[in-house]
Structure formats: C-alpha cells, structure tokens
Design a protein around this ligand. Sequence first.
Ligand code: MOS
Length: 724
Amino acid sequence: MKPVQIVLEDKESLDRVDGPLKVAGAATYSAEYQVDKPAHAVLVTSTIAKGIIAKIESEKASSAKGVLAVISHLNAPVIPGYPAPKQPAERAPVGTSFRLFYDHFIYFDGQPVALVVAETLEQANHAASLVRVEYQKETHATDFEANAISAVVPQSVLRSQNSPFKDYERGDPDAIDRAEVKIESTYTIPTQHHQPLEPHAIIAVWEAEDKLTVYDKNQGVKSAQGNLAQVFKLPRANVKVISPFIGGAFGSGIRVWPHTIAAVLAAKHIRRPVKLVLGREQMFTSVGYRPYTVQKVAVGASKAGNLTAIVHEGTGQTSQYEEHLERTILAGRSLYACPNVITKYRLLNLDVNTPTWMRGPGDATGMFALESALDELSYALKIDPLELRLRNYAETDPERNLPFSAKSLRQCYEKGAEAFGWKNRAPEPGLMKNKGMLVGYGMASSLYGFHRHPSMAKAIMLENGSVVVQSATMDIGPGTGTAMTRIASQVIGISSRKIRFDLGDSSLPDAPGQNGSSTIPSVGSAVFAACTALKAKLAKLAAEMPGGDTASYQEILRFHKLAQVEAQEESKSGPERDQYSMYSFGCHFLEVHVHPLTFEVKVTRAVTCADVGKVINYKTARSQSIGGLVGGIGMALMEASVMDHRFGRYVTSDFASYHIPVHADVPQMEVLFIDQPDVRVNPIGSKGLGEIAIVGVAAAIANAVFHATGKRVRELPITVDKLI
Ligand code: MOS
C-alpha cells in the first residue's frame, strides 16, 4: 500500500451541497421526472399467503376508461432472463429469486399478481379494484414462534466452504457450563420495515427496442443496471439507471424489487413510458424488511468479571424461495476478549416475502441481544456495565488473531461516559428519580465491519477553474456529495464552491451502491485518488510553462489551450485486508424517564461516541449519528410489523399503526467522535459511520429501562404492556 496521506486538516464543515435544491423542492425524485406521455401502473397484489391463482377476471378492468393493459402471468410478455417455466409448473425451490408474473403460485400475502396500466393514476387505481382474482388456498405458515422448530442451517451456508455463518466454535465448548457466573436469555426482534418517507418509485422508458432508461429509487445505480440488463437480456451499456436523489431508503433500495421489473415490462408492452409508485401499504410487502429474529445468548464470567464464555445462537425468518442471511451472531466473536465462543445461525422459511438489509442489518439485531446480555451479567456480578466492558476490552481481534487496523473504543467509552455523566449512575435499578419519574441509565457498545469496495472516480478541471468530480455512487441521505466535495476541495486546494459532484447515474465511473457504511471508505478513496492524479497532471502542465509555479489553474489550462484536464482513478483494498482486522467502533449512553404508574418510556438524553477514523465532514457525520440514534429509539420502543397469522397479513401497514419516532420522541443528543485517522484502511483514513450509529442503541435503551424499573424486556419493542 502506498504511503498514507491525510488531507483533511481543518474541522470546518460544509453545509449540504444539495441542501438548497432539496429545501426549495428543486431536487427531482424518481417519480418526478418529466417524460413523454407517461402511463401509470398500479399493482394488484395477492390476498392469500399461500396457494395458487385459480382464475383472474380482468375483462372489466381491461374495458374500463383509460386502461391500456392488464398484465398477469396469464398474458405477461416473456421476461427473457427468466428460465422457461417447468411443465407442469413447480413451486420455486429455496434459492430462487422471486419471478414476477411467472406462474400461478402464491408465496406471500401482498405478492404482485397483476399490473394495471392506464392513462392516469386514478384510472389505473380504479381498474385495479376491478380485477378479480380467485385462489385455491393452501395452509400457510407465517407465525415464527409457532414454527420455530423448523429452523434450519441455511442451504447456502451448507454449500459454502467458508461462510461466516457456519457454526463457529473457539476454545472450550463446555466453558459456559463451568462459568462462575452465568446469564442465559432469549431475545426477540419483531419484523420491522424501513418505511422511508419517499415510497419506492420508478419511471421506465424504452428508448429503443434494446435500450432502456429507468428513473428508479434505489441504492445502487450500477447494481440495478446489472440486474435489469440480466433480467431483460440487454447489454449493460444499453441500460441507464438514474437515481440522484433519494428520500430515504435504509437498505430497502439495495435490491431491484419486482415492482421495478413490472414497470419495465409494462413500458415494453405498451411501448410508452410507465410510472409506478408503490402505495404505503405495498411498502410493507414489496421491498423487504428487518426479519423477525430470535436469539439465545449465554454469557459466563469469573466473579472478577472476566468473560469466560459467549454462546450466541440466532434464527431469522426468510421466505420460502430465498435465503436472506445477516450478521446477527457475528459481533460476539470480536467485540470482547473472550477465549471461548460458540455461535450458531439458522433460518426459518415462512410464507412471507424475503427480508432484506435494514439499518445495521444483523448487527443491530445481534447487538441488542449481546449487549443486553452483558448488562444482565453486570448486575449479576455487581460490576458497573461500563467497567465490565473495559475489563474485557479486546486489544487484538480474538476471532482472527490479528491486530485491529486501529481501535479507539476505549477512548469512546471514556469520552462518552464523561459527557453523559455516567459516574452519577446509581449501582442498583430503581434508585434514581427525577420529578416523579423513574430514571435509568443504559449503555452499549457498537461495532461494524469495515467494507471497502473497488470504486472509480473521475475529476475534471474545466477552463474556468472549476472542477467536476464524478462517480456512480449514491446518496440515500447521509450527504455523499457533500463529503466528496470536501475531499476534492482539500486535495485540489480550491474552494468547495468551485466543485460539483455528480452521482446517481449509471453512466458515471463505476462505483458500489450505498450500503454497509462503505461509501466514504470506498468512493472517498477513489475521489481522493482521482483528485490527487488531477493535481499531479496540472502540476506537470504548470512545470512546462513559463511562470508555472505561480500560475492559477485557469492560467495553466489557457496556456496549454486545453478545454479541460481530467483524471480517472480506481481505488481498492490491498494486502492490508489480510494483515489487520478492520472495524468501526462506538458506544451509546442513554437516559430514559419511565412513568412509575403508566410505565411510559421516554428517552431523555443521548450521548454517542464513534471511532470511524477520520471524520470527513463533521456536520453531516453528526447528522448520521443522530439518525442512527433516532432509528434506535424506533427499534427499541416503537417499531413492529404485526401480522394477523390467520391471514398471513400485516395489520400495521400504515403510519397510523407502524410507529416511528417523531420530534417529540427525540431528545437533545450529543454526538462525539474520536477523529483519529485509521491510516491502515485507506488513503483517507476514514471508516464507515452509517451503521454503528444504530448498532447497540436498542440495547442501551433496554438497559436504561431495566436500570429505571428493574424490569428486563427481552422482546422489542419495549411497550408499556411489557413493563406494567
Ligand atoms: Mo444499509 S441496511 O447497508 O442501507
């Protein structure tokens, strides 16, 4: 690896470069693009969870005013990327991506069974209500608890040589039985849905027989491009995906979902652009969710508080056709210096749609259990929860037996505890009161693996001295353009006002989607590389002209009669990946007030401290951390998608019943960073922040609730019925 250069010296923060566009309503979101004569499409979705479609009556819908097409498996144009259906048709085996309008099988309630396309949205909605679908129902299984016994080792794990989800054992497998002090508990996370404010939406335009443009809400234009090219058997270069503005996604936009395929198919069918916007209710069955997960955690320690064993078993739900795996049980292998660790991961296939990654996927789920268990252990040991974590601090990664590339978690604990006033915590639950309220303090650790994917960026100096930087990366809200502008400004040494950053367009230089807190580590490094290369080119041009050492960039281009100078670079990981264990770290301290009679819980204070290496832009980084805390409050206290298992259908499929935090639920928050560059991970010394911002927050709140009330809630969300 080349010697590391840290370029960001000042702590000034940039305001969001696209802030003015967003607040003025001038940012164009997927459904808002102006195209020629768009038709409107509305999905008709199944009302049973398992069975087959016996009959579809679509004549009324087809002859309704303005209707252009009613598409179902009975008449859908062939999707060239799908294999020919078996004769007779068979249910898709585990490991099959969902295929739209493929055959008559129903796999979950809310499955798309038909698409109505009409001149106006109102006409499409009306006609959709006229489509009659008859089913032959089969007995469905949607209730996790009732079917838990059927959980299995995922097939993809069985097939894989070195999956991290294989059963894991280090040290003495019986250590837990011999522990001087031991805790064993079961923790449950309900299904939760991302529910960004902007619903998923697409406008599909066929520019020619083999040329497609989509304005589609997603988290990765390049991966969406690849997927659409594959499904519609087109050369990649003939598929253009545009998605520069996204009104939140939280993981729901990482995949291409059936509604996107539906719109593209319909546009091909009617030879006109088609717009499709999911309704809020459809957002509960069309774009994934955080899976219902049950975890059993046992932790053992010596009386002195040294961990001797961690056993972490987790089972998540998935659909009958796909296996969604997430990092639920992994954190305990690396977070603490514990010699004996066992982890097991299982999946339970149910008649539901496939879950997907959501805000700290797996880690947020797993850390709720692990950090709740550590808290339980601290009370059993009568050791302060923070002290317990410090006593078991991992100086090196006990899983891989490697040094960490950098780790300032100890400083996070110290800085966070100091700012929060952790030393004022009463050692026993139920002792602290304020204005008649029970007061509780809770804390938890956070860790999240470092992800850096190969990324390209191009930097172009124009003759007016301004710079355009381009990469096919995304911004689902954290402020990607702002951070990249800041890196470019620092490297090239010009004002951020002279820089424009282009993203969210598949024709830009190749970059990964925005997920796994990987954007700044990956794309930030590419922007750094491209801008460094551009600067070197300009320096070389300057050296070739008289007075070049004092010439401005404009003068350099003018002298050489160049309209622009550009540099494109790729940036990726090197051998350091095998030499170090790489993680972002953090911790959260939360205070709750609990009403002594109604047991209403209110989060009253929050302090979070993160070690993400170099902080690129304080203002947007702080917003990321606040967003994580808010998401954690939702996870801990409110969010749950409740299903009526008689029908296998969600009954909380709107914002009136699916509760997320509002302003009144969110207290003043203090966000702290260690801000020490991790010089081993990449040239900018910066690691991911998005996920550690939420990982652990739900545990810290549950721990605070226990400290306030003496009641341990192991099943999220912590609602009053569980406390009273
Ligand atoms: Mo995130 S769940 O990787 O958008």
